[in-house]
Every structure is written in C-alpha cells, then in structure tokens.
Ligand binder design. Structure first.
Ligand SMILES: Nc1ncnc2c1ncn2[C@@H]1O[C@H](COP(=O)(O)OP(=O)(O)OP(=O)(O)O)[C@@H](O)[C@H]1O
Ligand SMILES: [Mg+2]
Length: 220
C-alpha cells in the first residue's frame, strides 16, 4: 500500500481539498483508496456526510498511535492507496503522518510568504527522511508567473506538476460531497487534478521499484 500525506502548518493551503480531489481521481482509475483524516477540524468527515457514494472510505484518527493501526488494517484489507489529511499545526498527529508516508505533499499558494510558511514542515519532513513535493495550489488561472521561491523549487525538481489553478469547481465539489473530477469531469480543474494524480502515482511506483531493487540487492 502507498501512503501519501498532505502536510503543512500553513492553514487554508488546500490540504483537504487536494486530498479529496486526488482520492476520487485515483479511485476513478480503479485503485482501492482510503482517506485518513488526522485533523480534528473534520473537513473530510463533513465532506463524507454530504456524499452518497460510500467510496473512498474515510477513517478518522485522533491519536498518533492510531495512524499505524489504521494503516496496517487498510493494507490488510487490500487498500492500494491511503491519503492522510493533516491539520495546520505542528502536532504529534501530523508528525506521525509524515513518518508513515511514502510521499509528503506540501500544498502552498504561489506567493513567497506562503512557500516560506511551509519551511517548518519541510524541516520535519527532512528530519524524518521522507520524500516530498510541493504543490502550487490556487495559482492565478491567467498569467501565473512563478515567484523566485517557486522558481527555485522548480529548478530543484521539488514541484509537483501541474500547478493547480484557483477554480470554483474545487469549492463547489467539496460542498457537494464530490471529487472535482466527478463534479465537473470536463473542466480544467478536473484536468489538472487528473494530471497531478499522474505525477504522484509515477513517483509512488518509482519509489516502490527502488525499494524492490534495494530488497533484491540485500537478498543477493
Ligand atoms: N485550487 C483551488 N481553487 C479554489 N479554491 C480552493 C482551491 N484549493 C482550495 N480551495 C479552497 O480554499 C479553502 C481552503 O482549502 P482547504 O480547506 O482544502 O485547506 P486546508 O489546507 O485543508 O485548510 P486547513 O489548514 O484549515 O485544514 C477552501 O475553501 C477550499 O475550497
Ligand atoms: Mg484541512
């Protein structure tokens, strides 16, 4: 099972919106997906209450130790992808989510201040030696020029692609209990989320191949 965590201490950067959008996009590709909500704010649970489809399943965790228990259970039940949504605080739950993740995704608005606000999260990720990528979210839909901070991230290969534009479909989908790919399948927001899921899944598969080869070398 692959584990992805949406993390950053910066509030309102799009963690929950992207977690939901990506989970539904992955599910549409035939993957068995679960959302793990590690945020007492409950954005995902509230979205789930508005949703008619029982999938993706949503598991709520309140204590750090519960994360590993839930992930083990999901894996045993054949879930292929778990996406963890975390709170905008540097709490033990977020730290455990980072430690459990194969890939940490850090959403940030494209401004330097927003990118800089993610630095404490980045330090935690580096300390735990996790893979990560920034997602530029809520970018202007026209003429998005990259700030110096975003350009540096891009040149270091640390930016997930594509950028996710500021589009009402994301907010409306969340309100309707849908993923954006269900809400407006032909829309630009949907197209971007599908492409972003493609970028993420490539990294997850690459990483599991690396692990497989490392295990093979150890066995030899
Ligand atoms: N790409 C986008 N386009 C338009 N609106 C967006 C986009 N991404 C997020 N939003 C909106 O921005 C607001 C904050 O998003 P969201 O709740 O996902 O952030 P968050 O990081 O989970 O916040 P918190 O830190 O409070 O948990 C929500 O109203 C959401 O619908
Ligand atoms: Mg949230």
């Amino acid at each position: 099972m692959h584990v992805v965590a949406l993390v950053t201490q910066k509030g309102g950067s799009g963690k929950s919106t992207l977690a939901v959008g990506l989970a539904v996009a992955a599910m549409a590709r035939g993957e068995r997906v679960a959302l793990v909500e590690a945020d007492a704010q409950g954005t995902i649970s509230k979205w789930r209450e508005r949703r008619e489809n029982l999938h993706p399943r949503v598991e709520r965790v309140d204590e750090p130790a519960e994360i590993e228990q839930i992930l083990s259970r999901l894996e045993a039940e054949g879930v292929w992808l778990a996406i963890i949504d975390t709170a905008a605080t540097d709490n033990a739950l977020a730290a455990r989510a980072i430690a459990s993740a194969d890939l940490c995704l850090i959403p940030a608005r494209p401004s330097p201040a927003d990118i800089e606000a993610a630095i404490p999260t980045l330090i935690a990720i580096r300390r735990l030696d996790r893979r990560f990528g920034f997602i530029l979210n809520q970018t202007p839909t026209r003429g998005c020029r990259l700030s110096e901070a975003a350009t540096s991230l891009n040149s270091l290969g640390l930016l997930a692609l594509p950028f996710i534009g500021q589009r009402n479909d994301h907010q409306d989908a969340l309100g309707a209990g849908l993923g954006v790919t269900e809400f407006a399948p032909e829309g630009k927001a949907s197209e971007e989320i599908v492409a972003l899921w493609g970028w993420i899944s490539e990294r997850l598969i690459m990483e599991s191949n690396d692990h497989g080869q490392a295990a093979l070398k150890t066995a030899c």
